[in-house]
Design a protein around this ligand. Structure first.
Ligand SMILES: [Zn+2]
Length: 381
């Protein structure tokens, strides 16, 4: 049986004398196949659960590969951010922001819509498949023409080049303390509800444009933006791209890793990437909700946080979610300040340490209705 697995390495441009970093890319399936799935983990390098999922996913895919069951292209990048993985400070890995620039590794990806629109405008056809091909080629041509100014930009462009021509893109992350949740583009729902249902995810957050240019949107948003620009042509949302938050940073276990990897494998099987019949799709736990309906619970004062509600609880408007303790207050009654939910919803994240300061997000609650005044930047820094 022919084994199609290939391992490639890309050397990143040198930043300091005598040092180098590399990106490993693992490819399964025949390059001539028509569909492609791309999965990466560790773009925020200090979010460990995804690496364990990748370990088990590799085992499952190696087995499927040996049995000749991989029917389409599957590309994995097991450690998507070698720069972040080298950023240690005071004995802690700091993999969210690039030390040299301060830029978040999962923000500020290039927006290609205008440039691609110029390239394809006169070439669009009535046939959706031909337009998909045209748009993918134009995206890759734009990315290839860009000159990255530093190692961080090089990494972002390389990851994007690996993903923009894929039909499925999964970017594996985690939150601080959290249940499973997913971010994706509004136009991808409900087509992508099989991903949410198979992974057993209770919170799926939808936005057409979250305002931060994260990796998943860099791959998907261009499709509905081009469709709006060229309403006379058939341009489907051809890239199901999602950020999958694998619970909290300390939720690292064989059990979770194997379970999540199996569910991703079954999702790929159901979508035709792996031969065989997937079992019946589990029931969707909770309908997707708008990202604009997420309440960011904040304290106006500094102190120590005691949470009064648990992740996974549905809370009501006015419920006390946390208390802030400040022992400097002379009046005992004022030493505790109660923080209440303004809107209610599903409590899905908490901060990891127990310190409050003004404007710091203590918890996130997924509501159903858009919260007024949310503005254009819906993601946290
Ligand atoms: Zn992340």
């Amino acid at each position: 049986m022919r084994i199609f697995k290939r391992v490639e390495e890309i050397i990143l441009p040198h930043t300091s004398m005598g040092t180098s970093r590399k990106l490993q890319i693992i490819r399964y399936g025949n390059l001539s196949s028509t569909k492609k799935a791309y999965i990466q983990t560790g773009l925020h390098a200090d979010e460990p659960p995804g690496f364990v999922v990748m370990h088990y996913l590799l085992k499952l895919l190696d087995e499927a590969d040996r049995e000749g069951k991989i029917k389409e292209q599957i590309v994995l990048v097991p450690t998507a951010n070698p720069i972040g993985l080298s950023q240690w400070q005071n004995d802690q890995l700091q993999g969210r922001f690039e030390f040299s620039t301060g830029v978040n590794f999962n923000r500020s990806y290039p927006e290609l819509t205008e440039e691609v629109a110029k390239k394809i405008g006169k070439k669009l056809q009535k046939n959706a498949e031909k337009n998909i091909q045209l748009i993918r080629e134009a995206q890759l041509s734009c990315l290839n023409a860009m000159n990255p100014e530093d190692e961080g930009q090089f990494l972002k462009l390389k990851l994007m080049s690996l993903a923009v021509d894929a039909d499925i893109v999964l970017d594996l992350h985690c939150d601080y303390e959290a249940c499973l949740h997913i971010y994706m583009g509004t136009p991808l729902w409900p087509d992508a509800s099989d991903l949410t249902a198979q992974l057993g995810v209770p919170v799926t957050l939808l936005a057409e444009n979250s305002g931060g240019e994260p990796f998943d949107e860099a791959c998907s948003k261009i499709w509905w933006e081009l469709a709006a620009k060229f309403p006379d042509y058939s341009i489907p949302s051809a890239c199901l791209s999602a950020t999958v938050e694998l619970r909290g940073i300390n939720d690292v276990s064989h059990e979770n890793g194997l379970n999540d990897a199996r569910n991703i494998f079954l999702f790929l099987k159901r979508r035709g990437y792996i031969a065989g019949v997937a079992p019946k799709l589990p029931k969707l736990i909770r309908e997707a909700t708008p990202l604009t309906a997420v309440e960011h619970l904040k304290s106006e004062i500094p102190g120590v946080v005691i949470y009064r509600r648990e992740i996974g609880e549905t809370v009501k408007k006015g419920d006390v979610i946390a208390e802030i303790v400040n022992p400097l207050e002379q009046n005992p009654a004022k030493r505790i300040t109660r923080i209440r939910s303004k809107y209610g919803g599903y409590l899905f994240t908490k901060n990891v340490d127990r310190y409050a300061r003004p404007n710091r997000i203590l918890a996130k609650i997924a509501g159903v209705k858009q919260i007024k005044g949310k503005g254009k930047h819906l993601l946290t820094a």
